[in-house]
Unconditional design. Sequence first.
Lengths: 391, 390, 212
Amino acid sequence: MIDRLDQIFVLLKHWLVGYLPGEWQAAAGVVVSVVVIIGLYPALFALTTVLERKGVGRIQNRLGPNRVGPYGILQPMADGIKSLTKEDIVPRSADAVVHFLAPIVLVVTVFMGFAVLPMGRNMVLVDMDAGLLFYFAMGASTELSVFMAGWSSRNKYSLLGAMRAVAQMISYEVALLLSSVVVVMATGSLSLVKIVEAQNHYTWGLPHWYIFTPWGLAGFLMYAIAATAETNRSPFDLPEGESELVAGYHTEYSGFKFALFFLGEYVAMFSISGLGSTLFLGGWSAPLAFLTWVPSWIWFFGKLLVSMCVFIWLRGTLPRLRQDQLMNFAWKFVLPMCLLNLFVVALWRFIGDGWLRWLVCSAILVLAYVGIGWEGMSRKRLGARSYRYAD
Amino acid sequence: MNSLDVKTERVEGWNRPPVIETDGEGELLEVAMGPHHPSTHGVFRMDLALDGERVVRLKPVFGYLHRNHEQIAETVSYLAMMPYTDRLDYICSLTNNWAYALAVEKLVGQEVPERAEYLRVILAELTRAQNHASTIGFLLQEMGASGTPLMYAFREREKILDLFESLTGSRMMCNYMRFGGCRVDASPAWLDAARKVVAALPAFVDEFERFLSGNEIVMARCQGVGILRPDLAVNAGVTGPMLRASGVNYDIRKVDHYGIYDRFRFRVPLGDHGDIYDRYMVRVLEIRESIGILEQALKDIPNGPVMDPKAKIRGFRPKPGEAYGRIEAPKGELGFYLISDGTPNPYRYRVRPPSLINLTVLEDMCLGSNVADVVLIFGSVDIVLGEVDR
Amino acid sequence: MLGEGILKGLAETAKNFAGSFVSKERMTTVEYPEERLPLPEASRNFPFLVYDGSDWQAGLRCVACQICEKECPPKCIYIEKSKDKKPDYVGKLQIYPTKFDIDISVCMSCQICVEVCPFEAIKMNNEFELATDNRFGGLLLDRKELAKSNEYYHQIHPTEAAEVDARLAAEKAKAEAKAKAAADAAAAKAAGAPAPATPTRVAKPSEGERKS
């Protein structure tokens, strides 16, 4: 019974596809899954926009939108109707084909990443052996669409904004990859399904999630920072910052194309959080051994929701970093930590089981963090200050 | 010591704007920021010349909010100018009122009763607290903190504005001071409400500081940015928290001893580096000092009249003469210079706006910084366009 | 230094988020127009003319002295005097305004007109929902729209209205006492010597007190 609840979507798919003749069933199965993904994630996007506005509102001691529908739930419908009915302005000197293609490329590549994410037990669209590699290949293509948007607008400021955004995304892509490589080294496989299954064991009721290891925690933190920067979220949202001179790569877009950029950003957030929870938080596995009766897809989407809440929390709290500080941070802090992490995970496997490896690895990582952090802050003479008074 | 203990030697060629060397490749990107820009403090334009990301030249252009304030003064009576002064620095209307009332009282030699002096101090310090809170909130908003510190600052400001409304009748355009005292008396109920608000303020300042002062991102963006040298500040006539953040000890409350500030114990916070972070912290510390003054004033306020019974409201005709009255407004030294020729209207009425004088050093502070920093430096000067343009 | 400032900031925000569900201090939104905050008594918006009694024309206190018109800073009051007179609250004949317009798109709400009026005739209203879609004159309030009764004044500014009423009653009593004394003196004189009595000048009650 519990097993059936866990596999309910798989069973539904088999039932639906069973109506077709045998040789079409595989293809039809894929089509059904694709349709479900394309329908589900935009719905989640709509929910997340309301959640974000109400969440940030409550952080700021105010209500978010609450006029459209109960508790403002139907606000995304109002926003969608608004963006559909706005005039679609394409600048005369803009490259029309590229201008049209840029949001489409973004949306397509972002959705492709979901093909390899295991959203529950046996619920992965394509079980590739090199799933992680495929995911990163798709993720890097999103940067192409950002540049296409900036280039085609033939606007000096959009181009500058696009170049900054691309520079930021490329730097943090390196960090993202390196922080995922530690997981591959620990598991021995690039397949996301195998990574989740490697974490699905329990010792004394606690799971073997990679985040509960020193190198996993460091990797997760670096991954989280890189993920926030990849999706241009606060505190790394200078490319789309409102109070800056350069208005960003999507200045010349209006109406539904702008909404597509927005959709692309949020779905990228889902996708990257999904990957993060797969790699470090155990994907669809339950946090405690006695909770395995809860269906696996509930755990996956729960972790996704928690990641969204953390993104929203960060957005409501932190001011944004300047472009050069952002790049400095990527290359001088995140990248060295990731490289050190590779060394640490090798050490972890080399030392073998026991308390020694915990001690050594944690010590190395903590010392490195403190050292790099202090050195970075003190070189620029940043720090808390005291003030004198005159009477 | 209240004197300007800064060596002001003549710096060779300081009055020519310094030139930043460009590498000669490519042309300068000339951009106009404003008059509508998202990090707006009003309608203000800055003509920037950029070399890549660095600012090579900056020319401020203002006057978009000029409303002929000084010309209007020559056509209406002295009393009628009081509501117009509310609208100069529209966030701090009570300190504007006080400066003008001080100037006119100097012109005619008018005495002010004691209770009125205490009320003036209380309202001025409340104004200072809410102005600094909203300035810091706006600065952090421009840094991109998506409005959260701004909302917290405005939550406290609302309490103070409610106090103003129940005493003077209006939240922002208070029109409360008169030549010879204050317009209406404050009831004991109002004083109790004021005490409650003041008692809640330290917790808010603590929350604000905890939220942002140790924050590494704020430190990285504000420390070492927009440095103003103390000798340049003194030579350019900069006053207020901007001057004190550069380390110069000059607070008009201590220098002029106007009002009854001598009776209160308070200190003047000074910064050492003159960057944005120091200006921000000096304002936070000044809020704390204002809380101290408020507590003392609310405890000691005596009973009595709030208006000198011999003061005239209608038919106010001062003898010919001139006077300059100035106070430590939250933004700097706000001064009113009046020339009277014996008629009911002033002959010449001149406002010394602190925001305008502080803006003259904007270019020097911004040269060599990034565009993103220009926005922050501009926010840390703390201007209000109503005062700059009058 | 190493990220704890950021963590402290995050903790602060979380506290505010949680607090917004439980405490009024952390959720200060008032959902206008379903909920409204009560205005404090002293709040002022635009002026109105006070009338005693129930007939606004007969009881209007304004005597068209035009002091408020002269003192108004943006000069938004337009007054025209009448040719005839009507009795005021003590029975003395006064002129009245045939036209009293205030352009509230110009009015600064500075309250100077209230301060200088010697007859307690113009006071500050606190109504602010005055938006209109009549572009050409919707915001030019005339005499009829400006006149509101003394009961309304008591409703919006009770303490102030009570003081004004007490002052006016005191003046009225003083004027009546003076009139009575003068009448008694005249009667005594008439009884004593039947001389053509020059009517004793009845003191104008409004002249006695000047507001400071």
